[in-house]
Design a binder for this molecule. Sequence first.
Ligand code: FAD
Ligand code: NAI
Length: 467
Amino acid sequence: MAEYDYDVLVIGAGPGGYVAAIRAAQLGLKTACAESRGTLGGTCLNVGCIPSKAMLHGSELFEEANEGLLAKFGVQTGKVGLDLDALLSEKDDAVKGLTGGIEYLFKKNKVDWLKGHASFKDAHSVEVDGKTVSAENIVIATGSSVTPLPNVEVDNERGVIVDSTGALSLAKVPKHMVVIGGGVIGLELGSVWRRLGAKVTVVEFLDQILPGMDGEVRKEANKLFSKQGIEFKLSTKVTGASVRGKTATLTLEPAEGGDSEELKADCVLVAIGRKPNTDGLNLDAIGLETNKRGQIETDHDFSTKIDGVWAVGDVIPGPMLAHKAEDEGIAVAENIAGQIGIVNHDVIPSVVYTMPEIAGVGLTEEAAKEAGHKVKTGKFPMLANSRAKTNRDTDGFVKVVADAESDQVLGVWIVASLAGTMIAQAAQAMEFGALSEDIAYTCHAHPTHSEALKEAAMAVRGKPIHI
Ligand code: FAD
Ligand code: NAI
């Protein structure tokens, strides 16, 4: 039998890869993880989930103080000012603490960190930093990177046309930020800089923001963000950009084609999606092809069609989300160890961390109908929720989508300040195959925002109490 250096070698130490490595080691497998970045944690911890949430939290506190919400509750802050350097350094501290935490977990679980870029030599060996390392199982968890927009060149150093990484570290608050792409990154980082004082214009190719979310949620989000001051140019595409000094000039056209117009900005954020990282892996050496979208296809157990080669996270099909990658990381390690690791891809919550937050799990009403369900829905506005009223954060609603015949919950969509926390309950209920009645008859603590989910479930049968 062949002798390998490791039982498992994971390529990439993002949420998919580092979790796979730790679980494999916990299961008694000799494990290494190759990572080319100087710190562990991948996109999520270094330039994604964590720094963006630090900026969202800080900018939210700034806005609460600045717009008088704190004063309303008796908190006297005096004159409110912004120390952007302090905010950026707090964000960097959060990143440092958490990426260092993964290094500690690797040591604790005896996962070897192979520092450098890994590329395949054959199905059981890779080259990392000039050395060949072999493993019985290799897990590709190389994640994703920013999708470039033709004719719009990102230069994060210069800071005029940036991607999400650049937008997390701008040296000053832009006067006018144009965001290309009304998706998750555009709305989160657009919200950050708007709260800190920028005028923000979002240019979106489609006729509505937040593709993939429930139609009513998309409309409500547009209404709320417009009220907050973000300007939307929908059904519009950017065809080119030039930079002179500190000013970018964008050329815009209707998505369907037509007369062009110019838009000037001192900062442009390109956020039109992300693409899987497979360049430089030398997949040819193992005969592994990617699909049309550049993703690595896997079976339900995360094995690829090459024996001993597995893949998880953003590099495979499915939503590009950290918790999806993490769950796949656990499952792949369990499968490699001979256990049964499963991820239910029908129940993956997604959250946009704006204010209010926007969260969903399962099918949208539109997708449920398209899938052939007869659908009934229940909706409950946060305006009628006592805690939201008390806290003065009444924007949004909860919507439950259920099958009209079986009453099984097919999807839950929430726009609310605490939507990201509330959606966990919906995901768990759906994982257990809940009916809307099950949620409606579950006792919810009062006064909580979560009661709105109970009431929306009651509304599926037309019987909410507080409206
Ligand atoms: P990644 O995190 O991308 O990690 C892959 C790692 O592999 C990288 O560190 C890379 O350096 C390394 N690598 C690649 N190729 C090689 C190679 N050949 N050799 C060695 N190393 C290699 N998701 C959420 O769920 N919630 C959020 O709030 C959220 N916020 C986000 C905010 C932003 C601004 C961005 C950009 C993304 C956000 N995401 C969020 C998405 C989330 O970051 C990704 O879904 C997640 O990081 C994917 O994990 P992964 O392990 O598949 O890949
Ligand atoms: P996205 O896919 O969410 O949104 C991209 C938007 O750009 C879409 O609305 C799309 O229609 C639009 N678009 C595409 N081409 C365009 C063009 N040429 N001109 C104008 N608009 C165009 O992608 P985004 O925001 O870049 O995020 C990437 C990934 O990162 C997402 O898949 C998301 O899952 C993940 N992410 C998750 C977060 C979270 O969970 N809170 C936060 C940030 C990112």
